[in-house]
Write a protein that binds this ligand. Structure first.
Ligand SMILES: C[S@@+](CC[C@H](N)C(=O)[O-])C[C@H]1O[C@@H](n2cnc3c(N)ncnc32)[C@H](O)[C@@H]1O
Length: 210
């Protein structure tokens, strides 16, 4: 299911700020290799939210080639620090090269390992968490995100509409069920306030209220 319709999506993307050559090259590489990066629309949203919230310490779960990390780090600006977690070493190496090309090597630290294991070792008080790991891990990582964030911190999550499959009764695959469970907890837990934006594959913005 196409959430926005191709014509509308193209229109919205035509109005986004121009990207630099590095981001455009990463978009091409991701498309050629089938690497599921957030793309320019969600990337711009991440940058705006990181900037507008004044985030100084952020964590990203799921680095891939470092595309969304660059948007987040640029949004935080000088003095911002992003830790990004990637379980595949080769991806982490590629992300490191891109982050260096972006001149962000002093602002972004890449950790290789599983988010469920590494996130609890990072401590708490983070201003922002961006979650983009395997969808089946979403329910298990949610309480860890809550612990990592400060009160008033932002949890941003990609793929929460999962190509529309969240509303397909026939789809009971583990990834779809995991996203439904994640969205349900975020909606029902009074310690979160959440809104879902139907941009691309669905992005949610949650504020930790406690
Ligand atoms: C959707 S891609 C991330 C895309 C990236 N956020 C972007 O938009 O540029 C997901 C990445 O997370 C990694 N990953 C998946 N599950 C993970 C987990 N549990 N812990 C750490 N990394 C994980 C995958 O290897 C993959 O590179």
């Amino acid at each position: 299911m196409d959430l926005e319709g191709k014509a509308l999506r193209d229109y919205m993307e035509s109005l986004l700020p121009e990207r630099d050559e590095l981001l455009k090259e990463m978009e091409s590489v991701a498309q050629e290799e089938g690497i599921p990066i957030v793309g320019p629309h969600v990337g711009s949203l991440l940058m705006i939210l990181a900037s507008a919230s004044g985030a100084r310490r952020a964590v990203e779960l799921g680095t891939a080639i470092g595309y969304s990390a660059i948007w987040l780090a640029r949004g935080m600006g000088a003095g911002g620090r992003l830790v990004t977690i990637e379980m595949r070493e080769e991806m982490a190496r590629r992300a490191g090269r891109s982050i260096e090309r972006a001149g962000l090597q002093d602002s972004v630290e890449i950790l290789v390992g599983k988010a469920l294991e590494l996130l609890p070792t990072l401590g708490d008080g983070f201003d922002l968490v961006f979650n983009d790991i395997n969808k089946e891990d979403y329910p298990a990582v949610l309480p860890l995100c809550k612990e990592a964030l400060r009160s008033g911190g932002l949890l941003l999550t990609d793929n929460v509409l999962w190509g529309g499959r969240v509303v397909s009764k026939e789809d009971v695959s583990p990834s779809t069920e995991a996203i439904r469970e994640y969205n349900r907890v975020l909606a029902e837990d009074e310690e979160w306030t959440t809104v879902i934006l139907p941009i691309r594959d669905g992005v949610s913005i949650s504020v930790k209220r406690v």
